[in-house]
Design a protein around this ligand. Structure first.
Ligand code: ATP
Length: 387
């Protein structure tokens, strides 16, 4: 059982607040992902959980007891680093066994021959060997237990690092971008390994990444951060379908959500680029005429029609990308502005996804039909969700 409570956790470096007054609960057995761009404070927050960074303000509780004043070793949390941090001169077996050897550590372990024999004795204890062998089996490391880390691939090294964390049977696993040194294919494989690991060994996981696909596939909940502040905390589905602001809306989803400047028409619809679009129930009731809004629609909600078709926005295809199962169509809109960049500055392009191999080509004039069933509306000034 391991639940974590963060209350007003803050870490300042000089005038900069890397982590700014974060309060959240991590439930027992949860896989919480801290997601955000480089520099948003996610590693600092994880390091404070581990005890590798002090708090400027706030408290951290593990199972109801305050731990932020305790040293890392007293917290029962295992940390897996991006860089693996394996001992290069030790075999895979010794690397995985190392935390168990350290539990029995005595000063004379440093004396070369005596220390060596003592460590080997611990390594060969039936309960220790059995636990290490079982861990190696789960991680498919059994055939390479006598190898040194330098003879392993990146994925295998990361599995050794995971094994070393697992044998401690910690209450909490803390992982800081553990897959970021791996190539795309290995990342996908290791992603699945870590999800399985969580299902098999249980425990509470807090996992840092800047990769939204990792966050969406692995997390039971995601805390999406920006400038030291949690923008939204929710299940992957909540964050995708119900973003609280334009930052979250653009961060999650590939390609990102299209944000179109629009105006409520006072009759249950919205006007964008001269086209009147109907809105679904809750949005339709939010009417006040001439009110400027930002209309958020996912790329799959845009369909390409012949130019001039009633109810569509006039546009021109500027780029067609074939990515296998679907094509990405970028279009420049004739008279609608979009909020495109993360700083909210206006542009005029939208992206649609179209199933299969699209035969469209750049330069073609089209009409863009917008399905507003799952659309969201934001305030044009603050970027906050309007309902
Ligand atoms: P990345 O993915 O690049 O590691 P991050 O989201 O994990 O980014 P942090 O490493 O937590 O971000 O850093 C958050 C902010 O705090 C950054 O602006 C960083 O420069 C600053 N920072 C972190 N550690 C220190 C430090 N020891 N001294 C000064 N500033 C620091």
């Amino acid at each position: 059982m391991a639940s974590i409570k963060l209350a007003g956790v803050t870490r300042a470096f000089g005038p900069k607040r890397a982590v700014d007054n974060i309060s959240l609960d991590v439930k027992d057995g949860e896989f919480l992902v801290l997601l955000g761009p480089s520099g948003c404070g996610k590693s600092t927050l994880l390091r404070m959980l581990a005890g590798l960074e002090t708090l400027t303000d706030g408290e951290i509780h593990l199972n109801g007891s305050r731990v932020d004043l305790l040293p890392p070793s007293a917290r029962d949390m295992a940390f897996v680093f991006q860089s693996y941090a394996l001992y290069p001169h030790m075999t895979v077996r010794r690397n995985i066994t190392f935390p168990l050897i350290m539990r029995h550590h005595r000063w004379w372990f440093h004396i070369p021959l005596i220390g060596h024999l003592a460590k080997r004795r611990i390594e060969r204890q039936p309960d220790v060997a059995e636990l290490v062998d079982r861990t190696a089996r789960i991680l498919a490391l059994t055939p390479m237990m006598h190898q040194l880390p330098k003879t392993l691939s990146g994925g295998q090294r990361q599995r050794v690092a995971l094994g070393r964390a697992m044998v401690r049977k910690p209450e909490v696993f803390l992982m800081d971008e553990p897959l970021s040194n791996l190539d795309a294919k290995l990342r996908t494989a290791m992603r699945a390994e870590i999800i399985k690991l969580h299902q098999q060994v249980g425990g509470t996981f807090v996992y840092v990444t800047h990769d939204q696909i990792e966050a969406m596939t692995m997390g039971t909940r995601i805390a999406l951060m920006r400038d030291g502040v949690v923008q939204q905390l929710g299940t992957p589905r909540d964050i995708y379908a119900d973003p609280v602001n334009t930052y979250v809306a653009r961060f999650i989803g590939t390609p990102p959500m299209n944000l179109l400047t629009a105006e409520l028409d006072g009759r249950g619809g919205v006007v964008a680029g001269g086209a009147v679009l109907g809105l679904p129930g809750p949005l339709a009731s939010l009417q006040s005429a001439d009110k400027a809004v930002v209309l958020g629609v996912r790329p799959a909600a845009l369909a390409i029609r012949p130019a001039g078709e009633p109810g569509t926005l006039a546009g021109e295809v500027t780029l067609v990308e074939h990515i296998g199962a679907e094509s990405l169509i970028t279009m420049k809109l004739a008279s609608t502005r979009t909020l495109h960049s993360e700083d909210g500055s206006a542009a005029d392009e939208v992206i649609a996804t179209s199933p299969g191999y699209s035969e469209l080509s750049a330069g073609l004039q089209v009409g863009v039909a917008v399905d507003t069933t799952d659309a969201v509306l934001f305030h044009p000034g603050t970027g906050e969700r309007l309902w």
